[in-house]
Structures are given as structure tokens and as C-alpha cells.
Design a protein around this ligand. Sequence first.
Ligand SMILES: [Zn+2]
Length: 322
Amino acid sequence: MATQNESKKIQCGYCQAENDVPPFTSVVTCEFCGTPNELERGEIIENHHMLSVYFSGSELTELIPEYLSKFVGVPEDFADKTVFKEFELRMMPFWVFKFHAHTDYKGMGKFVSPNQSSSWRKHININQRPEKGSIDLDQTCLIFGYREQHKEIRDEKIPVGSKEAFDIKAIQAEGGVIYDTQIGYNDAYAIAEAQVKNRHQQLIFREIVKIEGLNQTIDMKEISYLHVPFYRVTYGYGDWTGEALVDAARGKVLRAEYPVSRSHRLWGFFGIVFALAIMGLAVYLAFASSWTIAGYVGIAVFLGFLIFMLKETFTKKKVAAE
Ligand SMILES: [Zn+2]
């Protein structure tokens, strides 16, 4: 049965074309003109930017094996035998807020009184005195459009400075898929504002230990909606298949799966034999001597080791990420 969400449509606030509203989304980027329509406020977002794609599929076929070459357990012939199957370009959503914030504060600062005896370790006197100051900062906050999904993208340092006007035709020409934010304008604003307050508080607590008065003004100077390109790449090695995620604006691999080489798994096997031998010894000690507890501890430790080596031996897929 089709739910109402699936059949919901909106009319673009700029070109009037009808667009589908996917479930859980807060913004719909018009597939015809590229204008973002914010559902909560029923408005279009005037500033819409993107980072351009600087890396093509053929460059990724070199980038991914090169990235993986420094990880342990990657088969030596991985670069030669890997077959790249699919390059999916995903435009991921961010909110960009530019704030100017000013805080006047007063409170108690700590200082060490200068007339100390030579045995300072024991008799250090920390005194408090009233202090005041102000903080004046421009701050850019980048809020990723998803709370739970696509976690590896959220922590990326996005070079916002190189943003360009959003160009739906350029993205469609590259076969890109546009992802829209789940976090609406109001929630994103609240998160960004909290970041600004946090930053000011950190700076204040560098100067004083207790805040007694605060006067803060936070002005939003600019709001924009930003799409950043990522590639989801699928590749195969023999009958093994894996995928990688690459920042397409900077050519940086965020995570990549790889098959574990045979020799690496063989070492895992030796590790298991070793762990079993030590466990046997620990069991023997536990019953032969009165140090029962020590024996059990030994078993626990080597059981942990065994589980680790078993995993190393039998997992055929690992994820490389920094
Ligand atoms: Zn439109």
C-alpha cells in the first residue's frame, strides 16, 4: 500500500515545476532548475552552492589501490586484478551559516600571587579577582544534512571557500544524484548557534574561571545550502566485491573495503595454533597448581587473542579508513 509520503508532491517556488517529495526530507532540490525548496518554512533557499567534481572515474581506479597499498593484509596483486564496476556520484547536503558574534563578559579570574616563598609546591596561593573582557568573532558553521546516516562524511573538513554556484545541468551531465537534507533549517540553525555559543564559552574560560555576567549578540550574516560531491565506487577482486567512498572535490579516499590476502590469513591461522597451545598450558597450570584464578585469567586473555586471530583468519573483507 502506498503511503501518503510516497505520492506527495510540491511545486517548485522558482520554476513552478512539480517535484516528488521523498520521505524524511526537509528540502527538495528542484530537479528541473536546481532551486532548493525548504518545506518547513515553505520558502526557497536563495544561496545554493556546490563544490565541483575534480576527479573522474579513471583517476579513482588509481587512487583507490594507491590508498589501500599502505594497509596491512591487502593482496599484492590488488592493483592489477581489481575490476572497477560502478562509480556513483552523490551530491551530499550541508547547511552553511556565517555568523558574527560579540560577547562581553565579566567574572572571576584566577591569578597566582607573585610573592611566593621558595617552597612553591606546598604554598602556592591561587587568588581570584574580578575580570572582564570581550570576544568578537566571525565564524562559519557547516552542518551536515543527516543525523545518523553517512557518518563518515559528517566529520570531513569541507573546503567551503572553493564553493561555486549550484549548477544542476553540470551535475546531471556527470550522472550525479542529489541528496537533500533531513535536518530542516530551524534545527540546523539551532545546532550552528549552539556551536557559536560553545566557542565563545571556551574562549571565555581560557581567561576566567567563573562567569558572572554575559552580554551576547549573534548575527547571522549568510545562509547557504551546499552540495558536496562524493563517489561511491564498487569494485571486484576475483569473486570478492567491495566498495569505497571518495571525496570527489579533493580526491580523498574516506573509506575503502579490501579483501584480506591469503598470506595474511595464514598468519592468522598460526596465531590460532599458538593461542590454543597457550590456553592448554593455562588450563594445565590452573588445575596443577593452587593458582586457580591466575589460570582462569590466562584462559580469558588467550580466549580474547584466539577470537581476534579467528576474525583475522576468516574475515575476507576489511575496511580501511583513517
Ligand atoms: Zn524549479
